[in-house]
Design a protein around this ligand. Structure first.
Ligand code: ZN
Ligand code: ZN
Ligand code: ZN
Length: 352
């Protein structure tokens, strides 16, 4: 992700900030411009000289800092409007969990915008556009817990809000033997299924896909059962980015898709902070690093991405160890995994 400055005082501000800590301007983010706008304490709206913007209806409730063009009839920003169901806000913790989910989702939408990936038209395609529902487990009348399964079906991404609770998510991570489990990881993974439906299935790429990721016609239910009963086969690290990726071809694609997002967004961040071996620009108004203006998100070639990424992860792991933390990047990439990542790179770039 890029860096932002307060347009009023030039202090560095973050993507999630609703106010500048230096000059106390009210900040809002306009995704179409990928920049922050500022307003005074008494201003109701934000202006860029030509267009007026107003706050997303979720600004007070969950600190969504995205703005909407004033003439847009929608109440919610481009990210929040894709959320159809939120958890019961009277239950303790749910408002904070929802806020964390939307914050991670705005980061997802940032990447989707940068890759120019279509999210579908909610009005024209209400049953197939990209939609989200955030639900909590429920106790039914018979005393049993009805568990909400995180997953994707026909554009609808369901996330169990318990994933937004750090101790709970950490408990799941340990129980599943995973080195990495985050909200942004969930979002990036689940939309991978949506884009598979639109960019791979029923296209000329399907044969090439099967040659790399295996045949997705394998029965999904029994494949998952095999995975949960027996785990990933020995030596899976040489071919898959995670053990869960071994469960089924679709999961391999979604795990690798999420991983590609981690790499590209990580490289963009590294570029803006001068961590990729390039000297960052003195100002923050142009794309730094050795990339074109669109940065790593617009990289045409796949190789340079990996050449920049691998040494960066080695350095970041060493940094973490030097202050006693676990690995920043608990993954090992093989040639087979590179080929999978390159398939996704080509898919997104050709579309872009
Ligand atoms: Zn400021
Ligand atoms: Zn919003
Ligand atoms: Zn999945």
């Amino acid at each position: 992700m890029r860096r932002y400055t307060c347009p009023n005082c030039s202090n560095e501000v973050h993507f999630r900030n609703s106010a500048c800590v230096n000059c106390h301007s009210r900040l809002g983010y306009v995704p179409a411009w990928d920049r922050m706008f500022h307003a005074g304490p008494d201003d109701i709206k934000w202006h860029d000289g030509v267009t007026a913007y107003r706050a997303c209806a979720n600004r007070q409730m969950i600190s969504c800092n995205w703005l909407i063009e004033d003439e847009d009839p929608a109440d919610h920003c481009r990210s929040c409007r894709h959320t159809l169901i939120i958890p019961d806000l009277s239950a303790p913790g749910n408002r904070d969990h929802w806020a964390s989910l939307e914050e991670a989702k705005r980061r997802l939408f940032y990447s989707l915008e940068k890759f120019r990936l279509d999210m579908g038209d909610l009005a024209a395609e209400p049953g197939s556009a990209l939609r989200f529902e955030f639900k909590a487990d429920e106790l039914s009348a018979d005393g049993k817990t009805r568990r909400v399964m995180t997953g994707h079906a026909n554009g609808l991404v369901t996330i169990n809000v318990a994933e937004a609770d750090d101790p709970t998510r950490e408990k799941y991570r340990k129980a599943m033997g995973e080195p990495y489990r985050t909200l942004i990881g969930h979002f990036r993974h689940e939309v991978g299924h949506y884009y598979w439906d639109h960019m791979v299935y029923n296209t000329s790429r399907l044969d090439a896909y099967r040659a790399i990721f295996g045949d997705e016609r394998e029965d999904y239910g029994s494949a998952l059962k095999r995975h949960y009963d027996h785990g990933a086969p020995n030596g899976w690290e040489a071919t898959h980015v995670s053990s869960y990726a071994c469960s089924h071809s679709w999961e391999d694609f979604a795990e690798t898709w999420a991983h590609y997002f981690h790499i590209v967004d990580g490289l963009e961040t590294a570029g803006w902070y001068g961590l990729d071996g390039h000297t960052p620009d003195a100002g923050l108004d142009r794309t730094p690093g050795g990339w074109s203006d669109a940065g790593p998100y617009g990289a045409v070639e796949f190789e340079p991405l990996m050449q920049a990424w691998v040494p960066l992860t080695v350095a970041m792991n060493a940094m973490n160890r030097s202050i006693g933390l676990g690995d920043f990047y608990p993954f090992v990439l093989s040639e087979t995994i590179f080929a999978k990542l390159e398939f996704i790179h080509r898919l997104i770039h050709d579309h872009r």
